[in-house]
Design a protein around this ligand. Structure first.
Ligand SMILES: [Zn+2]
Length: 139
């Protein structure tokens, strides 16, 4: 299987948001070097950040999708508390110390992804799902 890097990130949260978006759009994708970058952010530059990998055969499709999603994402999300459009994915069990939170998260199994939560990067409002201006049609 030919994999290519479709996008790179310098932190786990942004990478994970994009991964989740692509997967929910039905694209098979993986993160590469996520642990290296998360454990040692200084290495991020050296290894080129966290890489979002997709099948080469899906490159065109994914690029188009990413462009559309990036354009849509910011305008669609809306914090009910402050009206901000920026959300980040954080571990649900929030502690005062971000490093502790990340460590707890890493040493738990991958299955804890359900325990991540979206947080408004402006006011800190938390939501289980990405708050959208209007939900997609249900039919
Ligand atoms: Zn907010």
């Amino acid at each position: 299987m030919d994999l290519i890097t479709i996008q790179t990130f310098d932190n786990y949260f942004n990478a994970n948001i994009q991964l989740t978006r692509l997967r929910s759009a039905g694209i098979e994708c993986y993160l590469k070097d996520e642990y290296t970058v998360t454990l040692d952010p200084l290495l991020s530059n050296a290894i080129g950040g966290i890489k979002l990998m997709v099948r080469k055969s899906e490159e065109r499709n994914v690029k188009k999708l990413l462009r559309e999603m990036n354009e849509e994402a910011d305008s669609k999300l809306l914090c009910p508390q402050c009206g901000s459009h920026k959300f980040i994915l954080v571990p649900k069990r929030s502690t005062e110390n971000l490093l502790t939170a990340i460590t707890t998260w890493l040493f738990s199994s991958y299955a804890v992804s359900a325990e991540n939560i979206y947080q408004c990067s402006h006011c800190g409002y938390e939501s289980e799902t990405l708050p959208e201006v209007e939900s997609e049609s249900y039919n």
